[in-house]
Ligand binder design. Structure first.
Ligand SMILES: [Zn+2]
Length: 367
């Protein structure tokens, strides 16, 4: 897969920055650290910050011999900053802009464990506001390479007879250490000065998706598909109105092939011409150009953009629904005569035409 992506001129230097995923510790031999997530019961929006702080103080006071290390991460348009802050030390740095906040939170926790390794204390309370990071550490077989590094680090600390406990606190609730780590991380969320920063492969997924989509868009821009006019953006999501009948009309309008405009193919006759303008009768002509339907178009507030008109098909042709707007393509379907005819299916054809149509369908199936 990586080789195929490299063939598309993707910045392959980024592949060499992926953290190699190996672990020295068999996971089943690793003692799981303690986690305290009791503050989860306080819904941030409904609880007074003072109440959260008081409860936090109770937890801290029940850990008198623990050294506190606060961690946090912050993402800006320039980069991802992370920080680990204790009473006498603070570490902060930045990761490339394509990294996730989750990567920042995990890196901050890894730095906190580094601090714990070099400190003389024996017990540490790592305080984070990232519940997902703690959930990650609880995994037995994490895929994320930073998580594996954290597991290795926990083993080393365990061998050094150091005790690690994790505490979750809600963010931005005035807990001083958390606020300080948050400020440090925000300050560090600037373009990194380091030349090579190792990141987990998961963080490249977003970049690869953007790159592949832009290649797809370039290819689409150069295509001759009729759909290009109605969906110039490859990320367009097609929605359909409710009701089978409306869905048929909308799909036919989008591809530009309707009974009114393409019946001649089955009949073996000339293409239809607008009786007013003496121009080839097409969906675009009916919905955008023909003066005959100008009133119907303005009554239904149809846009001048065919893409906007055919992609916005939602409500049915039902003016009785309270709040529904009596406008748009769905309503125009019922007001513009040729568009209405597009939904008539076989009913608008003569017996001989139905025969031609059916035999053509059978031929297609037989092929
Ligand atoms: Zn016309």
């Amino acid at each position: 897969m990586a080789e195929r992506i490299k063939e598309t001129n993707f910045n392959s230097d980024l592949f060499s920055s992926i953290i190699p995923c190996s672990s020295n510790s068999p996971p089943w031999t690793l003692p799981l650290p303690d986690f305290d997530t009791t503050l989860k019961i306080y819904q941030k929006m409904q609880t007074n910050y003072r109440e959260i702080y008081n409860r936090y103080q109770v937890i801290i006071e029940s850990h008198p011999n623990f050294k506190l290390i606060f961690t946090d991460a912050s993402k800006s348009s320039h980069g991802v900053g992370y920080a680990a802050v204790s009473d006498n030390q603070r570490i902060s740095s930045s990761l490339p802009q394509h990294c996730s906040v989750y990567t920042g939170e995990l890196t901050a926790i890894k730095e906190a464990l580094n601090l714990a390794r070099t400190a003389t204390d024996a017990n540490f309370l790592v305080v984070t506001d990232s519940l997902s990071a703690l959930e990650g550490i609880k995994q037995l077989y994490p895929r994320n390479c930073i998580l594996r590094g954290i597991k290795d680090m926990l083993r080393l600390l365990y061998n050094d007879k150091k005790r690690i406990k994790f505490l979750w606190v809600p963010s931005h609730t005035g807990i001083p250490g958390n606020e300080e780590a948050d400020k440090e991380a925000s300050r560090a969320a600037v373009p990194s000065s380091r030349s090579v920063i190792r990141t987990p492969y998961q963080d490249l997924k977003g970049l690869i998706k953007v790159h592949i989509t832009s290649l797809w868009q370039q290819k689409w821009n150069g295509s001759h598909s009729k759909l290009l006019a109605i969906a110039p953006d490859v990320n367009t999501r097609f929605t359909l109105p409710s009701g089978r009948r409306n869905q048929i009309i909308m799909s036919r309008l989008r591809i530009g092939h309707t009974l009114v405009t393409h019946k001649h193919i089955f009949e073996g006759t000339d293409a239809p011409v607008c009786s007013t303008c003496n121009q080839r009768l097409t969906v675009v002509h009916i919905l955008m150009e023909c003066p005959t339907y100008q009133n119907a178009r303005s009554l239904n507030h149809l846009s001048n953009d065919i893409s906007e008109v055919t992609l916005s098909g939602r409500s049915e042709c039902n003016t009785g629904i309270p709040g529904s707007r009596n406008t748009g393509i769905s309503h125009a379907m019922c007001r513009i005569n040729p568009v209405r005819k597009m939904s008539t299916g076989l009913a608008g054809l003569k017996r001989s035409e139905i025969h031609v149509l059916r035999s053509a369908r059978l031929r297609v199936r037989a092929d």
